[in-house]
Design a protein around this ligand. Sequence first.
Ligand code: BMX
Ligand code: ZN
Length: 334
Amino acid sequence: MPSKRACAAIGIDLGGTNLRGAVVENGKLVGEPVYVETPDHPEKIVDALVKLIEDLLDEAQTSGLQRDAICGVGIATAGVVNCDTGEVIGSTGNLPGWAGTKIREVVEARTGLSVHVENDANAAAYGEARVEELKNLHCIVVVTLGTGIGGGIVIDGKLLHGRGWAAGEIGHMSIALDDSRLCTCGLHNCWEAYGSGRGLLATARELLAEKNDEGQDSTLFEVGEAELTTYKVFQEAKAGDLLACAIVRRWHEHITTGIVNLTHILNPDCFVITGGLSQACDLALLKELTVEKALHNIGETVEIRASMLDTNAGLIGAAQSVIDEVGAGVPARR
Ligand code: BMX
Ligand code: ZN
């Protein structure tokens, strides 16, 4: 007789580059995550979402999970999301035209499943905050370093959403005054314009121009504008190129600026650093710089740690949120 399985859900993380989905049960992935390239138009993104859900449902059945054991779909997406309606109400140029998409309404109608939609970094924070080591902490801030900088703030186990669902949009806090960096959101001086992958490349271009004038030598001068990638900068820094090391160091200083600001606002127990670029981040250096720049005793006590769920935090957190919603008796919307 097949054993009774706990409530499972499909989790999807929708980023600017990929859609990643998996079935999640008891906070863990059932099988490997499935990746699809993110299409360039909102309608096509929705089509890709529905197709991915259908593929994952088929895959779940092959691994012995009946369709009725799947209690819903959790979707983590970049952008400001109204979680009550499941609509994207704000979006930067990282996902053009995405604002206004009624994800929940459309996906529920097309799949017949309950859908919960959450901002990607909020979903990651929701997932991380349930991990054994973190679940009893008072305040956790999750920072996602990727195309942009996302954030999720969990206080006593609950996500902070704010009046208009935009709490945690930490990538757009202002960290400069000179208007020299334009963010994809249309504002200048955003943390994201310095600390994201795009920000790192802007810093690289600035330092390359400056050091070229000063006659400094670097392998990066041989790299064309189009070939200059974050990967290339990290690779050259690892190989000991001094200019690449200086760029990476400046990137850490930029990331620290945001962490120090958040430390003074929230005095959190810990920061969890996740996202595609987090592997390239030296957390010990971030901690050292935070102690140096924050008020005495505040920087010392804040913990800066790596993600426990790795790049699956968003989809696990999204799946967990729909499981909790259904478990709490929120009527299934079909
Ligand atoms: C942007 C913003 C945030 C998002 C963050 C990280 C959009 C489309 N995105 O600041 O909502 O959390 O990027 O996104 O408005 P990622 O694409 O880097 O994961
Ligand atoms: Zn911005």
